[in-house]
Ligand binder design. Structure first.
Ligand SMILES: [Zn+2]
Length: 630
């Protein structure tokens, strides 16, 4: 079907494009091995995040989300984006409808997914196939059963009919002028049971005009040595382009993809961040990085590899799932170093403890500080912050960390609070004293609804109207209204500000009141918002009881930082972390390392410069309040 593997550019580009890609690939990348004989020169990267990836538990994307994810994938430079299954649900149908006018792909080809025709029916009047031809894409992918067990048990039809279903469906779609990719479902399990049937299905699709035969490990339990053996055997039986689609149930999805490529597969399917049902699909970031940087196989355009980390994080934001910090290549911990011994060597030779230069994939070396850390770790961290710490200052930081970590603080998870400790020790106080706190108070108040007994609550729920009635109520308790209000008193310059806010809980109310009090005075705080709140109760060595550790994540346009608070009182622990989260934004603005208008000034701005409060403001008390039901 397609020419000999490796002889032609697999991404559908012209030979001229291909040469340009190849030459830029080898230029200036010390980690990239040259082209390895026996390996394909290039593979097509086929992303199925929007179809297979959305099977992941907890992932629910709107059409808008899907369009934004597709833009990111195109920005990364994948060859194909599988957008969904038109006809299977109205959302995917709307996606394809809107994609044809709203999605402007510069690099990728959008693919619609579906299945073969039903058993004992004609392709002409099959609804699934009709939806595919109406999706408005130039390419489609259909799935067919390649395991005899699934044909006889799930489809309850004959093997001959299953082969005809594959053949008819591909022919129908080709006649409609579409490029057709063919997903052979349960291929590896099917091949183990009945290789002749699995190969018959492939041949039928190839003869009917399928462009690539994609070997799927649908249950995800195959190991790499078996993948190598089976793909090599298939390779000997067909000259068609082969694709690889692996699930990660045995933790081998990426390894299996690489094994398939070693045996000549030239289309690699997977999902950003390894999203997918159960243990997920093959992680495309690791697949791309391994192929490009370690195997010398071209994937996405070489000059876009450095986009891998940013795209992985951006997509994680769009699908609203926290990215696993340990995700290879792109996770925040992928190049994080903790032990002091490592980091002193890391300063001298970064390649001694890192398998690639992190910037090749757009990531960076991160030094994680804890009481285990030595002076060299702290020095490196200080250098990253643009601070110079002399020997006594360094010792002060070490002593502080040791004392606080003993009390339950955990600085490796709180880079923001650590930054404050280091800045305070360095003597550069810009931003640290931007405001001071006089007091804070939080009140939580519950009162029964008038006549709010158990019967009334049940009756209200039965009516099913209004948010208050829908509130989760223990069936044995009476219904009521819960309100939380916080008041914060702070001083900015000569001004005293009293702010009161309501919230859906004590931390939310405190955060709202603190922001209301200080945000109007500092431009650096305008885009700052909390993104995560985690509480852990630690058993204390002391007999007095447990302490609570609170970790907050905060983001602005330039990044994310974590702050920490520890106390026997959860409100106090939360307050410490909240105040730190605001102060980090201010010190970064003052130092010109973060957001805020002072960033362009650089260098040592005075603390006063980050305040937009008129200095001549009278020493009066300003009272602000937001009373609003949430
Ligand atoms: Zn799959």
């Amino acid at each position: 079907m397609s020419p000999e593997v490796g002889a032609a550019p697999a991404d559908g580009s012209s030979p001229r494009d291909h040469q340009e890609h190849s030459s830029s690939h080898s230029a200036g990348e010390s980690h990239a091995h040259g082209h390895v004989p026996g390996l394909p020169e290039a593979v097509q990267v086929y992303d199925t995040t929007l179809r297979d990836g959305t099977q992941q538990e907890g992932m629910s994307l709107t059409v808008e989300d899907k369009l934004r994810v597709a833009e990111q994938l195109d920005h990364l430079g994948v060859a194909f984006i599988e957008g969904g299954w038109p006809g299977a649900n109205p959302k995917d149908e709307e996606f394809f409808r809107r994609a044809s006018s709203e999605l402007h792909l510069g690099h990728a080809t959008l693919v619609a997914f579906g299945s073969t025709r039903r058993p004992r029916a004609a392709a002409d009047d099959d609804e699934v196939l009709r939806h595919l031809t109406n999706a408005g894409t130039s390419a489609v992918c259909i799935v067919a059963k390649a395991s005899d067990l699934h044909v006889t048990e799930a489809l309850r039809t004959s093997l001959d009919e299953a082969v005809a279903m594959a053949s008819d469906s591909v022919a129908y779609l080709r006649a409609a002028g579409l490029r057709v990719f063919f997903d052979a479902e349960h291929f590896f399990d099917g091949y183990r049971r009945d290789p002749e049937f699995a190969l018959r299905v492939l041949s039928a699709a190839e003869e009917a005009g399928a462009e690539a035969l994609v070997l799927c490990d649908t249950n995800g339990g195959t190991l790499p040595d078996e993948v190598e053996r089976i793909v090599a055997e298939v390779r000997r039986r067909t000259s068609a382009q082969l694709g690889a689609h692996f699930h990660n149930d045995a933790g081998c999805a990426v390894a299996n993809t690489l094994a398939a490529v070693r045996q000549g597969a030239t289309q690699v399917q997977g999902c950003v961040n390894g999203y997918g049902e159960r243990a997920g699909n093959a992680d495309l970031s690791a697949t791309i990085a391994n192929l490009s940087l370690k195997m010398g196989v071209q994937t996405i355009p070489a000059d876009r590899l450095e986009r891998l980390t940013a795209v992985a994080h951006h997509v994680a934001e769009l699908v609203n799932l926290t990215l696993d910090p340990q995700r290879p290549y792109v996770g925040t911990a992928a190049f994080a170093h903790k032990a002091g011994l490592h980091t002193s060597a890391l300063i001298r030779r970064s390649d001694a403890y890192e398998h690639i230069q992190p910037d090749l994939v757009g990531n960076g070396t991160r030094v994680v500080v804890s009481e285990l850390a030595g002076r060299s770790t702290l020095q490196m961290k200080a250098a990253q912050l643009g601070l110079s710490l002399d020997s006594p200052a360094l010792q002060r930081v070490l002593d502080t960390l040791k004392r606080l970590e003993h009390a339950g603080y955990h600085f490796e998870a709180a880079d923001g609070s650590l930054e404050l400790v280091m800045r305070a020790a360095s003597g550069v106080r810009s931003g640290l004293d931007a405001f001071s706190i006089e007091s804070y108070r939080v009140i939580t108040d519950w009162r029964a609804s008038p006549g709010g007994d158990r019967k009334a609550a049940k009756g209200a729920a039965g009516n099913g109207a209004g948010a208050a009635e829908d509130r989760l109520v223990h069936p044995w308790s009476s219904s009521g209204e819960l309100t939380t209000e916080a008041t914060v008193k702070v001083h900015v310059g000569e001004q005293r500000i009293v702010a009161t806010a309501e919230g859906n809980g004590p931390v939310n109310a405190l955060d709202a009141a603190l922001r209301m009090a200080v945000e109007p005075h500092f431009t650096a705080l305008h885009n700052v918002h909390l993104t995560d709140y985690r509480v852990r109760v630690l058993s204390s060595e002391r007999a007095t009881g447990a302490v609570t550790r609170v970790l907050l994540d905060t983001s602005d346009a330039d990044g994310t930082w974590s702050t920490i608070g520890v106390s026997e009182n959860i409100i106090e622990a939360s307050w410490q972390a909240l105040v730190d989260s605001v102060v980090v934004a201010l010190v970064r603005a003052a130092a010109g390392t973060g957001s805020g208008e002072t960033a362009s000034d650089g260098g040592a701005a005075e603390a006063g410069e980050i305040a937009i409060l008129p200095k001549e403001a009278a020493a009066a008390t300003i009272t602000v309040a937001e009373v609003e039901a949430i």
